[in-house]
Design a protein. Structure first.
Length: 282
């Protein structure tokens, strides 16, 4: 019979990564249906053979590269715990910079209409609705499976009254509606980017990662169409690749946006670029 301490030690050896100890604990905790803290207090406990087999299967999948977030079925973003799966991009901490910049430009005590283009799991849309109770958010995605996941997250978080969902490709999903703000974390890797063949990205949906020869196709489409869906003085906020800030600023300026600037993430990379639309009509 194998106790938890031994199971974890064996799993760490199998994973052989910088995060092996944490990942093994997270996967064992979800297997047993207990928090990680429970494992420390019950290190000598001997789980049932069926639980040992389930844990071994999860460790094997992780050793093959499958993302921990997909194995756990969840990922934290901002103050929210989101359910995730292979139909949507895994929310990342870098995107919290985009959220922070959006919140700085949304009133805390007045209604505002916002659209999140390419919502995936719903991370941005649901975080915005949670942090700004008077905001009404439209979350769009071209993937039916992703929208199903995002709707389920909205339902679980009690946000269905203030977050709507629409299927469509970028601004095409907005119809004739206009908003005070559009936000998006679109795909921005080049189609031949080597990162697509590495790590977690191998398992995430390609349509949420890659966008043309230079990775700018989705960003171009959004910037081109955004003015048709913004009120005067409305904001467009975009996440992009670490080397794309200059190109995105140029695209925004050429389209007629003002107050264009880029913000750096914690690694000092330009990660978010924004601009304001001055006119009442494009």
């Amino acid at each position: 019979m194998t106790d938890l301490r031994t199971l974890l030690a064996t799993a760490r050896t199998q994973l052989a990564s910088d995060e092996a100890a944490l990942e093994a604990e997270l996967l064992l905790a979800v297997t047993l249906g207990h928090p990680r803290s429970w494992l420390y207090a019950h290190a000598d406990a001997v789980p049932e053979p069926a639980a040992v087999a389930r844990f071994a299967a999860l460790i094997a999948r992780r050793a093959a590269g499958e993302p921990v977030a997909y194995l756990l079925g969840r990922r934290g973003f901002w103050t929210l715990e989101l359910e995730v799966g292979p139909e949507c991009l895994i929310p990342r901490s870098e995107t919290e910079l985009l959220l922070e910049q959006a919140l700085l430009r949304l009133p805390q005590d007045a209604p505002a209409r916002v659209a999140d283009l390419g919502t995936g799991s719903g991370a941005l849309a649901l975080a915005l609705a949670s942090a700004r109770p008077q905001a009404h958010v439209l979350a769009t995605d071209a993937s039916v499976a992703a929208l199903t996941r995002a709707r389920a997250n909205a339902q679980r978080l009690g946000l269905t009254q203030r977050v709507r969902f629409a299927k469509g490709d970028w601004c095409a999903a907005l119809g004739a509606e206009r908003f005070a703000m559009l936000v998006s974390n679109p795909p921005y890797l080049a189609d031949d980017d080597a990162h697509l063949r590495q790590g977690d990205l191998r398992f995430e949906p390609r349509m949420a990662l890659a966008a043309g020869v230079d990775g700018l196709d989705a960003l171009r489409a959004i910037i081109r169409a955004a003015p048709e869906h913004l009120h005067a003085r409305g904001w467009l906020l975009l996440e992009h690749g670490a080397e794309q800030g200059l190109a995105v600023r140029a695209l925004l300026a050429a389209r007629g946006f003002v107050e264009v600037r880029s913000l750096r993430d914690l690694q000092a990379h330009e990660r978010v670029t924004l601009g304001q639309w001055q006119n009442a009509a494009p």
